[in-house]
Write a protein that binds this ligand. Structure first.
Ligand code: UDP
Length: 474
């Protein structure tokens, strides 16, 4: 089976009332009403290649639930494929980010396999959809489907969450691979204006930045007691009286959830003490997230006098099906950890978070981000960087590379700190040390960060932009 539908429960948007304020809320309601009338009788399909792990899956869950709540028949299909297909698409992904990845080919053999898998997925999608429906295809994994669905009466949108062509040879190679399929799209969506390739000049192109849901298990308010209880219960923090409060959160359907599983943690000695300043990076195990670089820079540049600890947290590596490199990157992190001095190791933990219940996983990430003194995202390349918006919403001071969409989120010195050179360990260490020494400034950055997300990166803006685009197409 090449395609599986992810069922999404409708979510009522009225819960945003207190968060958005009267004007923003009124605008949203008007757009939703117009969209419901205009889209009546049509389904808006989204297609990507994983239901779990990574920013696209994270966002689709949220956006589709609110769209359904507004009375729009928005749905999600995930294409399944063999490991060879995902090796090819990971190569495309790495290439778009200017990275060599596994160094493999993108020649005729790869193209043949790619077309065979996307062709099968297109056939299955056709069986589910009707002429007049809107099909939004996400990222290079689905680009082939654009060509294969041409002439079938579906309105086709290709949404790229990463830079299409930043001018270097590797990204051009990825671009050359997918470009022949894309001409048939009726519209294109990119996360940033600078990601749009010049050959789309005369086409319908919309710039839609991603967003986060303030009520999801990932971002909902959690009391300090619950945060500690979750972190002690998963084994990430040392004891205290914290375990007395139940580690609970609210699920998307309104029912109570509870964190019961343990994280799989590499460290030496006892868990991080509750009162130690904690530096955190949460990411997939991907070279471009530079977990190894964070570890080295922390060990070498962050002054032990502050007593800070580092937590590198990512998903359990068997769980993200479209990311075949995760296990290798995690193994490299573990090897690097073992090569550090005893002193450095005593302040670092490398954790894989349980993924069998995605909302439980999200609640753990939520607790980690909330407990952090500083959240870092030292990526070497980034599409948007949802982890940045997530931490900013929790009013955390951020230290992050000025790559991709991170620069759209953080205004340097106001709502976080942007690193000019993501590979410069000293710049990273200096930023962390200065925030550890000056908690007042750190707190101010956090407050401004939350406000920035409230205004620009919540679901209302995202849905309104989609509604406008789809209205234009149909
Ligand atoms: N994430 C998660 N659990 C993990 C690691 C990451 O839920 O163990 C989430 C993270 O919170 C964020 C998403 O995965 O919502 C990653 O999105 P981002 O845009 O930062 O990067 P991507 O993985 O798409 O490159």
């Amino acid at each position: 089976m090449a395609m599986t539908e992810v069922r999404i429960e409708a979510q009522d948007f009225s819960r945003f009332e207190d968060t958005l304020g009267v004007e923003q809320m009124k605008r949203f309601r008007e757009t939703a009403l117009l969209a419901r009338e205009a889209f009546a009788g049509r389904t808006i399909w989204n297609v990507n290649s994983t239901a779990r792990g990574g920013g696209v899956a994270e966002m689709l869950q949220v956006i589709l639930a609110y769209a359904r709540g507004a009375g729009i028949d928005a749905r999600w299909m995930v294409m399944d494929a063999d490991p060879e297909f995902f090796r090819i698409t990971k190569r495309l992904h790495n290439g778009f980010h200017g990275a060599a990845g596994d160094g493999g080919d993108l020649g005729e053999r790869e193209r043949g396999h790619y077309e065979q898998v996307t062709g099968q997925a297109s056939g299955e999608l056709l069986a589910h959809t009707r002429p007049g429906d809107v099909v939004i295809l996400h990222d290079p994994q689905t680009a082939g489907m654009v060509a294969q669905l041409e002439g079938t009466g579906r309105h086709l949108v290709w949404r790229s969450h990463i830079c299409y062509d930043d001018g270097d040879e590797l990204s051009r190679r990825s671009g050359d691979f997918v470009r022949p399929y894309l001409d048939a799209a009726d519209a294109f969506v990119f996360s940033r204006a600078s990601y749009v390739p010049p050959w789309l000049e005369d086409r319908i192109v919309e710039i839609i930045a991603p967003s986060i849901d303030p009520f999801s298990a990932k971002n909902q308010e959690l009391s300090d007691e619950v945060v500690r209880s979750i972190l002690v219960g998963t084994g990430l923090l040392g004891d205290g009286d914290a375990a007395l409060t139940p580690p609970v959160f609210r699920r998307r359907d309104g029912s109570p959830g509870r964190v019961d599983r343990f994280a799989d943690i590499l460290r030496t000695g006892p868990p991080t003490p509750i009162d130690a300043p904690l530096i955190v990076q949460v990411s997939r195990w991907d070279d471009l997230k530079d977990m190894q670089g964070v570890m080295t820079a922390f060990a070498e540049q962050v002054d032990p006098v502050h007593g800070a600890h580092l937590l590198l947290a990512g998903p359990n590596v068997t769980s993200v099906t479209d990311d075949p490199e995760g296990a290798d990157v995690l193994a490299e992190c573990q090897t690097l950890f073992r090569s550090l001095s005893q002193e450095a190791r005593s302040r670092i933990a490398v954790a894989c978070l349980p993924m069998s219940d995605l909302e439980e996983n999200a609640a753990i990430v939520n607790a980690i981000q909330r407990h952090a003194s500083i959240v870092v995202q030292k990526s070497l390349a980034e599409g948007f960087g949802l982890t940045v918006a997530e931490a900013m919403w929790k009013a955390r001071p951020m230290v992050a590379s000025n790559v991709g969409g991170i620069g759209d989120q953080i205004e340097h010195g106001t709502s976080g700190i942007l690193l000019r050179d993501p590979r410069d360990a000293q710049e990273f260490g200096d930023a962390i040390n200065s925030l550890l020494e000056d908690p007042d400034t750190a707190a101010c950055l956090g407050v401004a960060a939350r406000e920035r997300v409230r205004q620009r990166f919540l679901s209302d803006r995202h849905l309104e932009q989609y509604a406008t685009l789809i209205g234009r197409l149909i």
